[in-house]
Write a protein that binds this ligand. Structure first.
Ligand SMILES: Nc1ncnc2c1ncn2[C@@H]1O[C@H](COP(=O)(O)OP(=O)(O)O)[C@@H](O)[C@H]1O
Ligand SMILES: O=C(CO)[C@@H](O)[C@H](O)COP(=O)(O)O
Length: 574
């Protein structure tokens, strides 16, 4: 390809790293750079990208860390030889729900960025608060109760905003912020989401929220397409409603909007072209569904720090147990999501326990975990008459269901429906490798079963395809078990970009934002350029008769197990 053809960058500012991925107009990846927060940052006492205040169940990240990471990723792309002059568009994705609090001097510091200095060196003082509450935070139960009550109950809140109140959602987080830091809230000029924070850096002024990511705040009325006045009123606490509205700003509807050109800082320091355009950055999950032309019958499972289950759908059927967001590019479509806090880190706990029990530190840390998971029979059943083994493994307070941290192991007899909390018959930690994968996937099957349909030929309801993305998508043992539990009549697939699907989706959003014809949808543009043979790979079988039905019985036991644990927790609290 000629060396002056356009390029597009997508950034992914997630929990544990920042990535920058460059594609050309044919959607081919030409550069990838990564800054791992724990491994590559200097001066931040973080672990897995965050800091914890256990006493108040707070989890938060230093905003300056992300500035250092952006400096690092841009430098790394420069070292790889990226010709920044060719970059015509930039978009991005941010871990969802996190909020950034800008100080009074933010606009002037952003406007006057000095290309002889790093971003970190000159923007550290742009924030009224140095930390961003993280999606793993669970400090806002009181505020969540108030949000649910504000519209009557959680059903009504879900109907209006796509979700019941959640600890991590930005509205409850801001309300708690007004109470814990009233003087800082007053001095805050604007509040960004992590996604709009990223866009703001490139624009050199505070960017608006994205139409999809704004749905992760419990403040946006999805059907009305505007902030819900009752929720804004609640969220502003003892401060004025107008003040909060100013801090939040307007929300443009078009996900491909041209927000403006990159700030001269990037032109002078890296050689970007002055006409390189910034397209709204969205949430990391909405960006992930843009990594391919996803059909409404397909499911994506993102195995990142969180585990998420994503579908693109024309139907808006909100429920307190799930999330609906505006689709990031296409009006009339929605993103359905389930999100689990105990994803990658919970699996790592079991992995480490197995390596420890074997007194082994393999070069590939997942080798023992994978081997043991695949050697274990589905649900630990040697014979069909054996009880099924199942458990819940929550090193952190879980989102679905809303249960405090802990570990529970059960056996379930599908013939009698009898469920017993017991460790009898469990060989720990070995049995837990398969059990933790099954536990996460059974929960997904339980909660997505009403959205899937029969693919015909008398087959049970299931997705057409299951796409695995995120760090865990390299794991073939997880892929095999995902196919057994979730089905997928055409199989389980991964993207050839491996764990970079989110950054890829953000880069495709930039391509669409710049190259679309008037009225052309994202699906149409990306669908025309998409090369299935080159971009995806089948990594496991999907639907397998017998085992899929066996897991169908297990879903019944799993639902009972969750209800029992929820009841036990409620009894303990009373
Ligand atoms: N081979 C593997 N098997 C299972 N999980 C893996 C493997 N490699 C990486 N992971 C998981 O991927 C997670 C990071 O995923 P990633 O999508 O990069 O994270 P995030 O976007 O949340 O920062 C880690 O927590 C790690 O547990
Ligand atoms: O809270 C959610 C979604 O609601 C999380 O999925 C965050 O968006 C963080 O994602 P990863 O860092 O795991 O990609």
């Amino acid at each position: 390809m000629a060396s002056d053809t356009p390029l597009y960058i997508g950034f992914d500012l997630s929990t544990q790293q920042l990535k920058g991925l460059v594609v050309n107009s044919d959607l081919k990846v030409v550069h990838v750079a990564k800054f791992d927060f724990d491994a590559d940052s200097q001066g931040f006492p973080i672990k897995k990208g965050v800091l914890n205040n256990e006493a108040e169940h707070e989890v938060f990240a230093p905003v300056a860390l992300w500035l250092q990471a952006l400096d690092g990723v841009l430098e790394s792309l420069r070292k790889q030889g990226l010709d920044f002059r060719r970059v015509k568009g930039i978009s991005g994705a941010g871990q969802q729900h996190g909020s950034v609090y800008w100080g009074q001097n933010a606009e002037s510091l952003l406007r006057n960025l000095d290309s002889s200095k790093s971003l970190e060196a000159q923007l550290e003082g742009a924030f009224s608060h140095p930390y961003s509450p993280n999606w793993q935070d669970s400090s806002t139960q009181k505020e969540c109760d108030e949000f649910d009550a504000a519209l009557g109950d959680r059903e009504h809140l879900a109907q209006a905003t796509g979700s019941k109140a959640h600890h991590r959602f930005t509205g409850p987080q801001i309300l708690r912020f007004t109470r814990k830091h009233p003087e800082i809230y007053e001095k805050t000029s604007r509040i960004s989401l992590v996604s709009s924070f990223l866009a703001s850096l490139f624009l050199g002024h505070v960017a608006p929220f994205d139409i999809s990511d704004v749905c992760g705040m419990n403040l946006w009325n999805i059907k009305k397409g505007e902030y819900d006045e009752r929720l804004i009123q609640l969220c502003s606490g003892v401060f004025g409603v107008e003040g909060l509205k100013q801090k939040l700003g307007e929300v443009p509807e078009d996900g491909g909007l041209h927000l403006g050109s990159v700030h001269p800082y990037f032109v002078e320091r890296f050689g970007f072209s002055p006409d390189c355009t910034v397209i709204p950055a969205t949430g990391d999950n909405p960006a992930t569904i843009l990594a391919l032309p996803l059909l409404p019958s397909d499911a994506m499972v993102s195995l990142g720090t969180s585990t998420t289950f994503l579908m693109s759908t024309p139907s808006y059927k909100p429920d307190p147990a799930t999330h609906f967001f505006n689709h990031p590019t296409t009006p009339g479509l929605y993103m359905f999501m389930l999100c689990y806090k105990n994803g990658g880190l919970a699996r790592e706990h079991v992995r480490d326990a197995i390596n420890e029990s074997l007194k082994d530190t393999p070069a590939q840390p997942w080798a023992n975990f994978d081997k043991v998971a695949l050697q274990t029979a589905p649900l630990g059943q040697q014979n069909a008459s054996d009880p099924m083994k199942m458990g819940l493994f929550f090193p952190r307070h879980e989102i679905v269901p809303n249960i405090s941290k802990g570990q529970w192991r059960f056996t379930y007899d599908a013939n009698t429906g009898s469920l017993k909390e017991t460790t009898d018959g469990w060989n720990s930690p070995q049995d837990e490798a398969r059990a933790i994968i099954e536990s996460q996937l059974l929960s997904l099957r339980l909660r997505s079963r009403d959205l899937t349909q029969s693919p015909g030929n008398g087959l049970p309801s299931q997705p057409r395809r299951v796409y695995l993305v995120g760090g865990g998508s390299k794991n073939k043992a997880i892929a095999k078990i995902a196919g057994e539990i979730l089905g997928g009549v055409e199989g389980v697939y991964s993207l050839d970009v491996g764990d970079n699907a989110c950054a890829l989706g953000a880069a495709y959003k930039a391509v669409w934002g710049i190259e679309r014809q008037p009225g052309q949808t994202f699906e149409d543009l990306i669908g025309q350029r998409w090369n299935e043979e080159e971009f995806i790979e089948k990594i496991a079988d999907g639907y397998q008769k017998g085992v899929f039905e066996q897991y169908g019985q297990a879903v019944e036991g799993f639902e009972k197990m969750e209800l029992q644990v929820l009841q036990q927790e409620a009894d303990k609290a009373n």
